[in-house]
Design a protein around this ligand. Sequence first.
Ligand code: GRF
Length: 206
Amino acid sequence: MTKRVAIFISGRGSNMEALVQACVGDNFPAAIVGVLADKRDAAGLVFAADHGIPARAVERKDFSKKIFHEDAMLDALAEWNVDILCLAGFMRILSAGFIARWNKPLINIHPSLLPLYPGLDTHARALADGVKVHGCTVHHVTAGVDEGPIIAQAVVPVLHGDDETSLTARVLKAEHQLYAHALRGFITHEWAEQSDDVVFSPAFAR
Ligand code: GRF
């Protein structure tokens, strides 16, 4: 059965685009039924609307309290009858209350091989440490930021001469492939029993 997926973004939305494109492909077990941004000027909202997907901005500054902002986001999810919520470059930390009230699958993509480099500036930190492999992680969202059980990971090489721009681009390319792959696997229950320990390591081209 096709799952109804909503995506939360804050900006460009290239991971959201990758999921949208995967979902219109053959036999993908999900449909994107709504895109929500916490910023009115998030470029990804335009892409979603242009593709006939309900697109909505719900800005924090329009609400006096965080809980009211989160209520409005939960209202959108209820309105769209969402089964799975995917975060894709959504730069706002959802409260434990939101996660509890949502109470359905909630997935994020993070640009590092968690538990390494939680938080921001992951590529710069990886370069500063001189690591030879880096990558991205699709994981369940829990109240601990970037701490939820891992669903899937993609490994990318760190190459001699890489700078933040080149490494970011290589990881982003991997993110676009990994997110759709992980969502499909999650929905088709391939990883339902062991969703915290499966590693996906495609050989990404340089
Ligand atoms: C991605 O690298 C994502 O992992 C991180 O922020 C970036 C968002 O890019 N959290 P986009 O908006 O999906 O293009």
